[in-house]
Design a protein around this ligand. Structure first.
Ligand code: HEC
Ligand code: HEC
Ligand code: HEC
Ligand code: HEC
Length: 366
């Protein structure tokens, strides 16, 4: 009887396997391979054609609003409660309000940020956050222009994509709430977390690498710098955290490790691509934005927008990049919004002096 069942089972399995080959589309999808490093180094980027097309379609910026007459009356003089955009003419100010609505809250409209009975009223948290966001965008497009965002720049759409809450934000991850057994002793690992590309790596690496402003410049470095050990090296857990961050950066940009590293000499800057230097600065930029712009808003956000440990929703590489190596395929999104490329009037709300991007630390990019 047992043998009969085994034979019957095997026959069914065989038929199912044959049927699978006959019915499923087992053809190799058309592949796009782009040589990225020096020839022969195998530093290629590989995508499927369909994947590349879908990505392109999902990353198109809306057309800029029509230009307006220059105008002479300043918004700061005409309106009651304008703190950041004082020097714009009323016409330019209204054009920006219309564009901000299209970028951030096209469905909700002006009422997402405004009490329409009194536009000057600041009672909605959304308006207070938006005011700080305008300053953050100005800061990105000035302080970080040379080191990261270049002529392309960013506007609200880069992160928001027509949504009040960007698709990619993150919170501190305190891990599972179990108190006993194996799970609480997981070393912060082995939970498929999107923040590390679903790999079996420490799941709260973003808090460590993007959540603190003043950290050791060599925090991410784990490779030995001398042929023989001269002091105690870093533990394997530190290497796992670094890998977790690298998985985040690769998946956010839709690239593999060889976009930045020649993997025969990962830590060597002279064999790395120029993109690695841009990424080095990006890590510092993300810390600056979270620390100086987002975290100070923690008490402005309502409790339901905060994370499990009460922290504000923060940004990472994916917030701007959305799976592409250049956000919105490198579109120049601030060309026709000069007000977003310069720091205009300050608010009374204690803006911290934002750190100038420092030059790379020792053993960093030349
Ligand atoms: C994403 C949030 C947001 C949206 C959407 C938005 N606004 Fe605003 N609005 C602001 C902020 C922030 C200020 C204050 C700017 C400053 O302090 O420089 C403001 C200020 C104003 C003011 C000046 C009010 C005063 O008397 O001080 C007017 C007028 C205005 N907005 C009109 C509009 C209109 C019309 C729309 C819809 C087309 C709109 N806004 C959509 C955030 C928004
Ligand atoms: C670098 C990415 C980035 C850019 C650029 C950006 N934002 Fe944001 N924005 C965020 C993040 C992150 C949050 C927090 C998400 C949340 O509120 O849960 C946020 C939240 C907001 C909110 C509050 C949404 C809510 O209901 O919680 C408003 C309003 C807003 N942004 C407006 C703007 C405006 C207006 C601009 C352009 C002047 C802008 N943002 C540009 C990343 C960005
Ligand atoms: C977008 C560019 C980029 C991508 C993609 C990338 N890295 Fe990195 N990697 C960096 C930068 C920048 C540093 C240095 C960070 C610092 O010093 O603050 C670094 C550092 C490292 C280090 C530490 C090197 C040392 O000196 O100790 C390792 C290991 C590493 N990366 C592995 C990887 C792996 C594995 C992948 C693919 C999963 C990857 N990286 C993908 C940019 C990148
Ligand atoms: C505030 C938005 C923003 C954030 C956050 C951001 N980037 Fe970028 N990044 C840009 C823009 C805009 C460009 C395009 C610059 C250009 O076209 O010159 C860019 C370009 C790059 C490039 C060059 C791509 C190429 O093909 O040359 C790399 C690499 C990169 N970013 C890595 C990162 C990494 C890694 C992070 C997270 C640590 C990050 N970025 C976070 C906006 C951002």
């Amino acid at each position: 009887m047992k043998t009969l069942l085994v034979v019957a089972g095997a026959v069914v399995a065989l038929f199912l396997t044959i049927a699978q080959f006959g019915t499923a589309g087992w053809t190799r999808p058309p592949i796009l391979a782009q040589q990225h490093g020096f020839r022969g180094t195998g530093m290629d980027q590989i995508q499927t054609k369909a994947g590349a097309a879908a990505l392109k379609a999902a990353n198109r910026p809306p057309a800029p609003a029509d230009p307006v007459e220059p105008g002479t009356d300043k918004a700061g003089a005409v309106y009651e409660n304008v703190k950041v955009l004082k020097d714009l003419s009323v016409e330019e100010f209204n054009r920006l309000m219309v564009s901000m609505t299209e970028w951030v809250s096209p469905e909700q409209g002006c009422t997402y940020c405004h009490n329409t009975e009194n536009m000057a009223d600041d009672s909605l948290y959304q308006k207070q956050v938006a005011r700080r966001m305008i300053q953050m965008v100005q800061h990105i497009n000035t302080t970080w222009k040379e080191k990261h965002v270049g002529e392309a720049g960013v506007n609200c759409y880069t992160c928001h994509r027509g949504q009040p809450v960007p698709a990619h934000v993150w919170f501190q991850n305190p891990g599972p709430t179990y108190k006993t057994g194996f799970i609480p002793r997981n070393n912060g690992q082995n939970l498929a977390s999107p923040s590390v590309g679903l790999a079996s790596l420490p799941y709260d690496t973003l808090s460590e690498f993007f959540g603190k402003k003043d950290v050791d410049e060599n925090l991410i470095r784990v490779n030995a710098t001398t042929a023989l050990p001269e002091s105690k090296g870093k533990p394997i857990q530190a290497a796992e955290r670094t890998y977790g961050l690298m998985m985040h950066m690769s998946s956010s940009l839709g690239v593999n490790c060889t976009y930045c590293h020649n993997t025969r000499a990962i830590s060597n800057w002279s064999q790395s691509t120029p993109q690695r230097t841009l990424a080095w600065h990006a890590i510092r930029m993300v810390r600056d934005l979270n620390g100086n712009y987002i975290e100070p808003l923690t008490s402005t956000f309502p409790a339901n927008r905060l994370g499990p440990t009460g922290d504000a929703p923060k940004l990472n590489c994916a917030t701007c990049h959305n799976g592409q190596s250049k956000p919105l395929a490198g579109a120049h999104v601030v060309e026709s919004y000069p007000e977003l490329t310069q720091a205009t009037a300050e608010t009374g709300a204690t803006p911290q002096p934002a750190a100038e991007p420092v030059s790379p630390a020792p053993a960093a990019p030349p």
